[in-house]
Write a protein that binds this ligand. Structure first.
Ligand code: ZN
Length: 157
């Protein structure tokens, strides 16, 4: 990755961390799930309001490192208005991105590519994927709490 690109990615993440999008409770949510990443201390809640099969609204609140917050903020921006199936696909794409298996589809991820730098740092991968695991849990009505405190961070099921 070039130094310029790395700088751009850094600034996207810092910007979302400072001014997170959709950072609010959602009283009329139809689903929510908590995410906990004990390795870093990240904690967040993701709310969804489904309209049939599409995500009419999505928000989050919580505290954690810049990566976890920026990832959650960007997630709310891209997932809003998507169908359940598209949100699932985004989960897969982002998961591939942050674990360094992005391949061709990364071209469609836009600003989310700022998260690609974490693939070199296993602990940061959990930070970046936390909100996404919570979103998927809420999306499939699992609710409750997901934690990354298992090998590979694949504990949402
Ligand atoms: Zn973190």
């Amino acid at each position: 990755m070039s130094a310029e690109l790395e700088e751009l990615y850094q600034s996207i993440i810092l910007d979302h961390n400072r001014r997170p999008k959709n950072f609010r409770d959602m009283p009329d949510a139809t689903a929510h799930a908590d995410g906990v990443n004990p390795l870093c201390g990240d904690q967040l809640t993701v709310w969804l309001r489904m309209d049939g099969e599409s995500v009419a609204d999505i928000s989050f609140r919580g505290q954690g490192c810049a990566i976890s917050k920026a990832s959650a903020s960007m997630m709310t921006q891209v997932v809003k208005g998507k169908s359940r199936a598209d949100a699932d696909k985004l989960f897969d794409d982002v998961h591939a991105l942050v674990t360094g298996r992005a391949g061709a589809q990364a071209a469609e991820l836009g600003a989310l590519k700022a998260l690609s730098g974490v693939s070199k740092f296993p602990l940061r991968v959990k930070c970046a994927s936390l909100a996404w695991h919570a979103m998927r849990a809420a999306l499939h009505g699992a609710g409750g709490s997901v934690t990354t405190d298992q090998s590979g961070g694949e504990s949402a099921s």
